[in-house]
Design a protein around this ligand. Structure first.
Ligand code: MRU
Length: 357
């Protein structure tokens, strides 16, 4: 293991799930105890637990909590349906729940709660192992650039695809942590990722880990790419279609467009749990539209305050659009990093065996 997360993003504690509440980051480290299915549903919708792989594993634990109360066939299906409805784009959620159903449905109800906890734990460990393998798949790309350059490798990332978004070293950030551990000089440019500013979490986790990180406004990425200040773009994914099109955090598309225009390699890092063979292409991926409030407010720490507060950005009533993800076409993606290596986008799904569901 080349990187050990400084704390668990989620863990079982008796008959509860304890999560790192991501809505408190990067200001405060706050753990939150989730004792019911309703708690888990709220945590996923509110982005207390976020990041495609982590959402899946959290949902698997949420199902175990639901079955502690009622493990009948109808309760099992009702809980799966409610969890599935929380976030529509990241497919890891569906795969995690399908894996749970395959384990639980054949069992008598009395055996289901224990089996659900065991399957949730298997998924937690499995995700950590997948992150590690993705790191190894990505390392050679950074090594090659480092050999060619007489300065630190400059990597641009978007959103948060680090340890905070997974149960391990992260997806897009796993190769970064591995390269850092190997002593390769590098610097990561992090776009803030409005409206929810997941980039601030990335900047926080990289800085904590001693990785040089530079925070930029989302709109600055195009200029930096055009001026040759970025050697590699490295992002995560929330769902990958059969043809290699990728859904990822809103803003990814524009970075891919700029990288394509300027010949900068654009890598997507994702485990097999992010591939959706049922989606022929990106157009078939549902895009989550989130609340207007996210566009109309930002959260921050007023001078002297210890608690972050939301601040409204406009005094006027405003119509908004808030798509949470966008679609990057396979033809702009240099390679997809998975557990089995680096593949051209259209071939990645075929060369990454689906997780057992
Ligand atoms: O809406 P979020 O914060 O759950 O978004 C998901 C993500 O974290 C990103 O899109 C990420 O790049 C892929 S998940 C490791």
């Amino acid at each position: 293991m080349f990187f050990t997360p400084p704390l668990a993003t989620l863990r079982r504690d008796g008959s509860a799930l304890v999560i790192l509440d991501q809505t408190e980051l990067p200001w405060r480290l706050v753990e939150r105890r989730l004792g019911t299915l309703e708690d888990v549903l709220e945590a996923i919708v509110a982005l207390r637990v976020r990041g495609a792989p982590l959402i899946g594993v959290a949902a698997a634990h949420g199902l175990a909590l639901a079955l502690e109360r009622d493990a009948s066939d109808s309760a099992l299906e009702a809980a799966i349906a409610r969890l599935l409805a929380t976030r529509p784009t990241a497919v890891n959620l569906r795969l995690a729940l399908e894996a749970q159903r395959n384990v639980l449905a054949p069992l008598p109800p009395a055996e289901r709660p224990a089996a659900a906890w065991a399957e949730a734990e298997r998924q937690r460990r499995d995700d950590a192992a997948r992150c590690e393998a993705i790191g190894r798949a990505g390392l050679p790309w950074i090594e090659t650039l480092a050999r060619r350059l007489d300065r630190p490798v400059r990597i641009l990332t978007h959103c948060n695809a680090g340890w905070v978004a997974t149960c391990g070293a992260g997806t897009a950030l796993a190769p970064v942590y591995l390269a850092r551990a190997a002593g390769i000089p590098l610097e990561v440019f992090v776009s803030e990722t409005r409206p929810r500013n997941q980039g601030l979490i990335t900047h926080w986790e990289l800085t904590r880990a001693g990785v040089p990180a530079t925070l930029i406004a989302d709109n600055a990425a195009g200029l930096l790419i055009a001026q040759g200040e970025i050697d590699l773009v490295l992002v995560g994914a929330d769902r990958i279609a059969r043809n290699g099109d990728v859904a990822n955090k809103i803003g990814t598309y524009l970075k891919a467009l700029a990288a394509h225009a300027h010949g900068v390699p654009f890598l997507v890092a994702a485990p097999a749990t992010t591939f959706d063979p049922a989606c022929p292409n990106g157009a078939a991926i549902p895009i989550e539209e989130r609340a207007a409030e996210e566009v109309l407010t930002v959260a921050g720490l007023p001078p002297g305050a210890s608690d972050p507060v939301p601040v409204r950005l406009t005094p006027l009533p405003a119509r908004t659009r808030n798509p949470a993800f966008d679609l990057t076409p396979a033809r702009w993606i240099t390679a997809i990093l998975t557990e089995t290596g680096a593949w051209p986008a259209p071939l990645a799904a075929a060369n990454t065996p689906p997780p057992s569901t």
